[in-house]
Ligand binder design. Structure first.
Ligand code: APR
Length: 240
């Protein structure tokens, strides 16, 4: 595993850099990915994209909370890994740095990353199903039984299958992607849109696109370089 001299040169000269991350960047911290290795996550016999869906919120919100509380419980003890830490260092290295994540685990922020664009929400927040006001859902505090503003039911502040992304998040990420010179795609299967469209936008705007993943993905052919390896082992090489 090594960083090409071409990429080292571009990394040294770049002003505007964007990083898109997926579940793979948290794998070495112990967060199971959804796909990869030919497997897909299942909860109580239900494929994760069934329990994690808008339809399930309508049909059985307590079951949705059970799934997210199970994930919240083990994520509460999980720490950022070397990949999160390296990415956090990059934010002060480039004139314009943008970190876009599909992850809801908050590990980038725990590693010190600021202004993280969370395309799929955050497991440490709950949201009112009616007035949409946000509520703290962090591990150390009991979640309110109902919305403190209007008394209606709370749901996870996470984008579920069949739902739109948070207003403005994708648009801002897309704008930055179309301006960046260097785009890293780290630990994502590139199967879920519109997130997977971010590297495509960067590429079509002339950016140099680099994938970091132990496996090839549908985005690999689009990339100028693919580094086959684990994020926690590959990304720290940029500081060496
Ligand atoms: N380092 C880098 N990549 C890794 C590592 C690692 N240590 N371990 C696994 N990967 C790669 C896998 O090869 C796979 O390509 O990470 C990818 C994880 O893919 P998914 O599980 O599909 O995760 P992601 O792409 O983030 O999923 C997108 O789908 O389920 C929804 O909302 C959920 O945000 C998620 C979205």
């Amino acid at each position: 595993m090594h960083i090409s001299s071409e990429l080292r040169r571009r990394f040294a000269d770049a002003q505007r850099v964007l990083v898109l991350t997926g579940a793979g960047v948290s794998a070495e911290s112990g967060v199971p990915t959804f796909r990869g290795g030919g497997q897909t996550a299942v909860w109580k016999g239900m494929p994760f994209d069934v329990i994690s869906s808008a339809a399930m919120v309508e049909r059985d919100l307590p079951a949705v909370w059970e799934w997210f509380d199970y994930r919240r419980d083990f994520m509460g003890a999980i720490k950022p890994n070397a990949a999160h830490e390296e990415i956090a260092r990059w934010q002060d290295r480039f004139a314009e740095f943008t970190l876009v994540t599909q992850n809801i685990d908050g590990l980038h922020q725990q590693a010190g990353s600021r202004d993280v664009i969370e395309l799929h929400g955050n497991i440490w927040r709950a949201r009112c199903t009616v007035c949409r006001s946000n509520h703290d859902n962090s591990a150390e505090r009991a979640r309110p039984d109902a919305c403190l503003e209007c008394g209606n039911q709370l749901r996870p502040d996470v984008v579920l299958f069949g739902e739109m992304l948070p207003r403005g998040a994708f648009e801002f990420a897309a704008e930055r992607a179309s301006q960046c010179e260097l785009c890293f795609v780290v630990g994502t299967s590139g199967l879920v849109y519109p997130a997977a469209g971010i590297p495509e936008l960067a590429k079509s705007a002339g950016a140099y696109v680099v994938e970091v993943n132990p496996e090839r993905t549908p985005l690999s052919d689009l990339c100028d370089e693919t580094i086959t390896g684990k994020a926690g082992e590959v990304l720290p090489l940029f500081s060496q």
